[in-house]
Write a protein that binds this ligand. Structure first.
Ligand code: GAL
Length: 665
């Protein structure tokens, strides 16, 4: 069954309304809701005094209407009494200031009292709902995140370091504390990287970021342990925040969960931009699919204009449907809209849901209702369908944290580099998996590993194995610069990949953002002498075994190699000594696609996305027109649209925001 639903907050509305809500949901084809993730005050109004009556009633009403529920453990937003009990459970900001009450997610994930209260409420909920017929699973907390710098964290950091390094000698060596005489002689001397300490030792700073990420993973695990034991039949998930969220190693956070969920807001309130590029959403979905290498849920999908102190742009007619099917095309097995009804109160008064403040059904309700009816018909054909990508892009959180600490260039953004390559594949309708550095790469024809700045030997070995087995690897400037302790390697760059790439970096420099260096690119068998540009960074290369495919055309390194290609058995490695402009990334991707014999799902005009998925052996071809105008596509053979049952062939017109899901007729 395809899960279709909303995020529902019955505690915000009088109980007399609940029956109407459930009826209207049922009439919209809704079969699933998420509840209670911010209801701690109502579930445990006083320490150890629980009140589940209201939630029982809400669940019973929903159940009668054929609606099942995912319950959120409510630990993202503690009631005032919890924080009054533990004033030192408030997070400390990098500035050293302690947060105060008034928002949410203000807690320190290491605070023993907060963790205990979290276990108590989780246990009580789990015991109460283990056998409720409407409850199917759990969302832990809500959008984990934000680093804390308090003294509790500092003490836990010391324990974490002791476990990791065993001795202060090992730690001092790994971090290179000889520099500026930072040699630690007691664990208790080790600081947390507060802003008041200035630019920290890179080894310490990276370990702190890993430690904070691990702190959330452990906090989550404490709740998972309870739920697995008390509710063995229920699934467990957490709602992630997509590729753009960068404070937690999401591969680690995803590991113990049954599946990943995430919250998709294509148009945020504080960015008043009408245009939502299809690729900007696609990469987020693909990253979320990549966390566990399997389908995911969208636990919150935008259904109205977002808003805080100001109001955002409302989804245009057809956009909610387009975003829904785009999510499904990229791996969503469930879509829940945020939120059922717009709240009259609180910080998110202007974050609009399916219904407006007055609870009346209007355009957005009707659009969702028609999607609901459609999915009741065809949802079974979509749920569980798989993506079979032959291209992988490596996402490395250690590298990401290290670039947060030292961006290398003030304008360099690691996720933007990934997105540059991703977009070039996306434009050509070639599916991409986003994978961790240690992933099994054997099924991919092309692997893009942009700027693997932190490159431990096991990752280098993984890449070597991939190339030696015939793979095509593309890697870029700032690869292999650091070891796992964030110390610069004691060898030529690209460090442990120097031999594989057949090239050494002779010199490098960061470029002023307004200076692009022209490049003459000439790839074997490709269009010769394409004029592109190096941007932000230039490595001056000295090839050992690699051939030169691009040279700089300006600066003192004019005529020197910028990009090389090394052949290793049947495998090939492109080393791109710059971050490059869009045109360069596109040319490299186009060449990689051609060289490795990949074929696009379909050739389509701009802004029409074509995505392939497989339901067992049956190929589903999603066509999604993101443009504001109609677009034409040409189908190579007769295909049936499962949304309408109509057979399509040849030249087909897709109206603006239209969707087709085709399979061979
Ligand atoms: C999400 C969050 C929701 C709600 C929504 C709109 O990030 O999980 O609780 O705040 O954004 O702001």
């Amino acid at each position: 069954m395809f899960r279709f639903g909303v995020d529902y907050y019955p505690e915000h509305w009088p109980q007399e309304r609940w029956e109407t809500d459930a009826r209207m949901m049922q009439e919209a084809g809704i079969n699933t809701v998420r509840l209670a993730e911010f209801a701690w005050s109502y579930l445990e109004p006083q320490p150890d005094h629980f009140d589940f009556d209201w939630l029982d009633r809400a669940l019973d009403i929903l159940h009668v209407h054929g609606i099942q529920a995912v319950l959120g453990t409510p630990t993202a937003s503690p009631p005032p009494w919890v924080m009054a009990t533990y004033p030192d459970a408030y997070r400390v900001l990098p500035s050293g200031q302690r947060q105060t009450y008034g928002n949410r997610r203000e807690y320190c994930p290491n605070h023993p009292g907060y963790r205990e209260r979290s276990r108590i409420i989780t246990q009580a909920m789990a015991e109460h709902y283990a056998n409720h017929p409407a409850v199917i699973g759990w969302q832990i907390d809500n959008e984990f995140g934000d680093r804390c710098y308090c003294s509790t964290c500092q003490a836990h950091f010391h324990t974490w370091l002791q476990r990791k390094y065993g001795s202060l000698e090992a730690l001092n060596t790994a971090w290179g504390t000889a520099f500026w005489s930072h040699v630690y002689t007691e664990w208790s001397q080790i600081p947390v990287p507060l802003e008041t300490g200035g630019a920290p030792n890179p080894g310490l700073a990276l370990d702190y970021d890993r430690f904070m990420s691990d702190s959330y993973v452990r906090f989550q695990q404490e709740q998972i342990d309870i739920l697995r034991q008390v509710c063995p039949d229920h699934f467990i998930t957490h709602n992630f925040m997509g590729l753009h969220y960068d404070r937690i190693n999401y591969f680690d956070l995803a590991k113990p969960l049954d599946f990943v969920s995430w919250d998709n807001y294509p148009r945020l309130a504080w960015r008043l931009e009408m245009n939502v590029p299809a690729a900007s959403r696609a990469i987020e979905h693909d990253t979320m699919r990549g966390l566990k290498g399997k389908n995911f849920w969208v636990m919150e999908e935008q259904s109205g204009s977002g808003g805080g102190q100001t109001v955002g742009i409302t989804p245009r007619p057809g956009e909610i449907r387009l975003w829904t099917y785009q999510a499904i095309a990229h791996g969503a097995d469930a879509i829940l809209y945020f939120r059922w009804r717009t709240s009259r109160f609180g910080t998110e008064q202007y974050w609009h849901g399916v219904l407006d403040h007055d609870g009346q059904p209007r355009r957005r309700y009707r659009e969702i209702q028609s999607i609901g009816m459609e999915l009741q018909r065809i949802g079974d054909q979509l749920a569980g369908a798989e993506t079979k990508a032959q291209v992988a892009i490596i996402l490395c959180y250690d590298t990401r944290f290290a670039f947060q600490i030292q961006p290398n260039h003030p304008n360099f953004r690691y996720p933007e580099l990934l997105a540059g390559y991703y977009n070039a594949f996306h434009q050509r309708n070639v599916s991409v998996d986003i994978v961790p550095p240690t992933a099994d790469l054997s099924r991919y024809k092309v692997v893009i590993a942009p700027a693997l700045y932190i490159l431990p030997e096991n990752v280098a070995a993984n890449l070597r194995r991939y190339v030696e087995n015939g793979g095509l690897l593309l890697t870029t400037a700032r690869t292999g610069v650091k070891d796992e302790h964030n110390a610069v390697v004691n060898m030529p760059l690209p460090g442990p990949l120097t031999e594989l790439c057949g090239v050494e970096v002779e010199e490098y420099e960061a470029l002023p953002a307004d200076i692009d260096v022209p490049l003459q690119l000439s790839l074997p068998g490709g269009s010769s002498d394409l004029a592109t540009h190096a941007r932000l960074w230039c490595d001056v290369l000295h090839p050992t075994t690699a051939e030169v495919v691009a040279r700089y055309d300006a600066q003192y390194y004019m005529g020197h190699p910028a990009i090389t290609l090394n052949r290793v058995g049947r495998g090939q490695v492109l080393y791109v000594g710059t971050f490059g402009d869009e045109r360069l990334q596109e040319a490299l991707v186009e060449w990689s696609i051609a060289t490795s014999g990949l074929s696009p799902a379909l050739n389509t005009p701009a802004e029409v996305e074509a995505v392939e998925k497989w339901q067992k052996d049956k190929r589903l071809l999603f066509l999604l027109n993101h443009a504001d105008e109609a677009r034409e596509v040409i189908l190579p053979k007769e295909m049936e649209d499962i949304l309408t049952g109509q057979v399509q062939k040849g030249r087909v017109t897709l109206p603006s925001k239209a969707v087709m899901i085709l399979h061979d007729a």
